[in-house]
Write a protein that binds this ligand. Sequence first.
Ligand code: GSH
Length: 204
Amino acid sequence: MKLFGTPGSPFVRKARLALEEKGVDYEYVLAPRETRAALVFPLNPLGKIPVLQRDDGQAVFDSPVIVEYVDGLKPEPRLIPAAFEDRIAVKRWEALGDGIAEATVLITHDLREPADRRQPEKWYEAQRGKIRRGLAMMERELGDGAFCYGNAFTLADIAAGYALGYLDAGIPGCNWRAASPRLARHYDKLVKRVSFIKTDPATT
Ligand SMILES: N[C@@H](CCC(=O)N[C@@H](CS)C(=O)NCC(=O)O)C(=O)O
């Protein structure tokens, strides 16, 4: 199985975290902008990464579907709980992480534009508001728990970890830790996991 992506994409890291946590073998194929059309368009008409190509040639996208697919390949460890309410709660964490990462992507991409072509301040504030409110909800829901949801590592922890890692890399001065001390402590534990070390965009 092949995963197409780039180290700069938070959604690719999320898919890789799921593959690593499940212990599923995969080949990581770099698909930078220059080769994206040739490599990715035949698999995903939307042209987005990550895309997972199964051994039978079928493509799986986007990242929520990839995580669900990867989780179904082996029974343990379960990233998405089987019980309905637990499953929805964990998927809600995923939606929060994805939303924070999406807002961060929009900001980092816009900051690459020349100053006179950037979005107005109120647009930036709207994106920052999504990030701030998303993190506040994560902080509340984590509480004093050892994991983001329930008593074991799940997709909820992947979602928080990958979004916070991307926030640190993409908007270094945002100082999210000050308002989210419990999340910060949890993040510091998450980054010590082998899956996080192996997928650290700074070194991989
Ligand atoms: N909802 C998608 C988002 C994927 C996404 O936006 N990927 C970006 C890279 S970070 C991309 O491929 N952008 C290229 C494009 O939109 O053409 C997922 O979770 O997989």
